[in-house]
Design a protein around this ligand. Structure first.
Ligand SMILES: *Cc1c(COP(=O)(O)O)cnc(C)c1O
Length: 427
């Protein structure tokens, strides 16, 4: 079986569980923290990273392993590490390669939680986040970098503004700096965008969103593209011996999987941001229909974006699938199969009118979440981006009246009918 050549839908359904004769057809949930060994010698080999088997669920688990392999297969990576949440994935992915004295070049339109951890907690740890407007030129990006810059970071489709990442620009900057490009691919998913084919080196996800798809389980994942040379002088921690593993060198001992191996055996060992096997099972189940759902989310979203664009009470709508969008050319280039389900818009009349619109919805619900099967709305300025100062909000393009819309997989006509009655209530 040439799994790597399968189309994404086959990978989503079939990857990566191949039961042997008379074993459960569906992924079993291995709800066990620990694993039995015959001899002390064998277990010692596992501790020394000479044998790759399960030893303790903080580090690996058979159910979680299947999910990790499926997502890695879909992304085209060399390995993945599932985490307890998307924030855990981002935190672990960054701390696996940045430490005190380093800096990160990060787009300022990223998820509010990521923005906050970059600019507060990482700052406290001695890692500086250089936040920049993703629309600046390549030269401007390069001029912001410092000798200690170790990472370029952005979102393939940003939350909440749905700006599309200029992969060519970002990956050229990362290459020139000799650092990896890390991309949060949560909103696009590998169904709509394959960051490794576009120059990314590491992908992170909040699987709590489309991958789960049903808003039942929090989770995250880090995927290693296996396409970055950690032995370029900037990342000695990947090359020099790790004394906590009797002198293992991740670069020398693990080659292409150096990054994801270190993330697991060092960072996950130390931080323990491990998913429950039950959550891994739920997320794996969600992933089995990801390709179908992303198509429906994208088709519905485009219909509704066009409806809003033509509505007399809608002040503005931003969706990269609309020809009027500044990001339409990038969407055409990088998202040929659809632009996912998230957009933003404002109701004419400002903050109060938008609030009234949300309060008037009957089927569509006000929730903090995005990217599940049910259509939902939120006002970012008062919720997800609440921690940001007024100036930071303006810098990130979050206006007070903005409504973030996450279009579900219902029938588009019924979503439009609910919006229409809510608009009528705003008159
Ligand atoms: C939700 C989200 C996160 C954080 O994920 P959690 O699972 O909520 O911790 C990170 N990045 C993006 C783009 C998100 O939408």
């Amino acid at each position: 079986m040439d799994k790597d050549k399968w189309k994404i839908g086959t990978q989503a359904v079939q990857g990566e569980y191949w039961p042997s004769n008379a074993k459960a057809r569906v992924v079993p949930i291995t709800m066990s923290t620990t694993y039995r060994y015959d001899t002390c010698e064998e277990l010692a080999r596992v501790f020394d990273l000479e044998q790759d088997t399960d030893m303790y669920t903080r580090l690996s688990n058979p159910t979680t392993d299947i999910l990790e392999k499926k997502i890695s297969l879909m992304e085209g990576g060399v390995g993945a590490l599932a985490t307890s949440s998307g924030m855990a994935a981002i935190t672990l992915a960054v701390l696996n390669m940045c430490k005190k004295g380093d800096s990160i070049l990060a787009a300022n339109n990223i998820y509010g939680g990521a923005y906050t951890v970059f600019t507060t907690t990482f700052k406290d740890l001695g890692i500086e986040a250089i936040m920049f407007d993703p629309d600046i030129s390549e030269e401007e990006m390069l001029s912001l970098a410092k000798p200690n810059t170790k990472l370029v970071y952005g979102e393939s489709i940003s939350n909440p503004l749905a700006k599309v990442l200029d992969f060519d620009k970002f990956s050229r900057v990362a290459k020139k700096l000799g650092v990896p490009l890390m991309v949060d691919n949560t909103f696009a998913t590998p169904v709509l965008c394959k960051p490794f084919e576009l120059g990314a080196n590491i992908v992170v996800h909040s699987t709590s969103k489309y991958m789960d798809g049903h808003a039942v389980a929090l989770g995250g994942v880090i995927v290693d593209g296996g396409n970055f040379n950690w032995n370029n002088g900037k990342f000695p921690d990947f090359v020099e011996p790790d004394e906590s593993y009797h002198g293992v060198s991740y670069f020398k001992n693990f080659g292409k999987t150096a990054y994801i191996t270190k993330a697991r055996v060092q960072m996950m060992r130390n931080f323990g941001m491990t998913p429950s096997p039950f959550n891994s099972w739920l997320i794996n189940l969600g992933c089995e229909s990801l390709h179908l759902r992303m198509r429906q989310h994208s088709d519905n979203a485009l219909k509704i974006a066009k409806y809003l664009e033509n509505h007399e009470m809608c002040a503005w709508v931003k969706y990269p699938g609309l020809e009027s969008s500044q990001y339409y050319p990038l969407a055409q280039k990088y998202l040929p199969n659809g632009c996912s389900g998230v957009m933003t818009f404002g109701v004419k009349g400002g903050r109060d009118a938008s609030r009234k619109f949300i309060n008037s919805l009957k089927m569509v619900a006000l929730v903090t979440h995005v990217a599940d099967s049910r259509t939902c709305v939120l006002q970012p300025a008062s919720t997800t981006h609440r921690q940001l100062s007024d100036q930071e909000l303006i810098d990130c393009g979050i206006s007070p009246e903005m409504i973030r819309l996450s279009i579900g997989i219902e029938d588009a006509d019924d979503i439009i009918a609910d919006f229409e009655q809510a608009f009528q209530c705003c008159k």
